[in-house]
Design a protein around this ligand. Sequence first.
Ligand code: SF4
Length: 339
Amino acid sequence: MTKRVYVKDIPIGGGSRVSVQSMCNTLTSDFDAIFKSILELAEAGCDIVRVSVPDLESVKSLKKLVLESPIPVVADVHYDYKLALESIEAGAHKLRINPGNLKKEHLRQVAMLAKDRGVPIRVGVNQGSQSVKLSPSELAKLCRDTALYMEDCGTDELVLAVKSSSVMDTISAYRELSKMTDYPLHVGLTEAGTLNMGVTKSNIAIGALLADGIGDTIRVSLTTSPIREVEEGKKILRALGLDKNFVEVVACPTCARTCIDVEKYAQEIENLTKNVKKPLKIAVMGCSVNGIGEAKGADFGVCGGKSQSIIFKDSEVLKSVDNYKVLDELIKLTESYND
Ligand code: SF4
């Protein structure tokens, strides 16, 4: 069990729901553009958003963002401790710093002001930003030692992260770190890459850690729209059963025995229910070989047959329908649950 830290009204750690984060990729100084991006991310289900603060113009925009954003805003500051101080004064809901690029005496000033203003800090150590390549265990120790230093400076509202672009190093570093501390952990890879490999790498690293019970908030870092980061993050939580409020469509992979258009029906039902936030399981199975068991285990489902298919509901056979009516039947049942 980790300690609980609040980022405005969103809890991180202490057994609270694993939150999903993302980071804007427009100029923070362009208020209209970044505010639009934050609204879109909030709509997509992002819990906490991070913005870069590379200059004073960005601080000005941040000051307005923290008042108008529907979700908490984290200020991401590198190298310039004065911008970190300014961001705290601007009302940032959390600060992200990298101890690899701030001097210790400057870190102390930042920690003291954060404590005074009640602003939590994420200590994010990245393997790539160290002057020499650190092993996973060295990364974890550096992060833990920085947290101890921050405590010594007076603040213990901390969230820790030890990221690498390597899946195996990331998993090892977080496993080590979780043994050393009870601060909540922000889990993810850094520079994971494009949609192509980035999603796979993130699924493995974040999934393995969450399956071990490690991780209190996640970010899927991708070289694409931040909306996709949120979508992929939510999928990880759903696949692990950490978010049950969604419609799960179970479908068979199809084979020579398939009697109905499984792919089309499953896709249609998934599209129809993508914004439904309640637990529901729908099975679309191509034949009776494995189909009956799966369809019976779902809230409702279909099991394809040669000319007629069986519709199941709550583990019971509801009726048989002609194959050309299967999709209509599934849509009707889905809508009855949506209501
Ligand atoms: S459920 Fe039937 S159609 Fe689907 S993959 Fe299995 S055997 Fe093939």
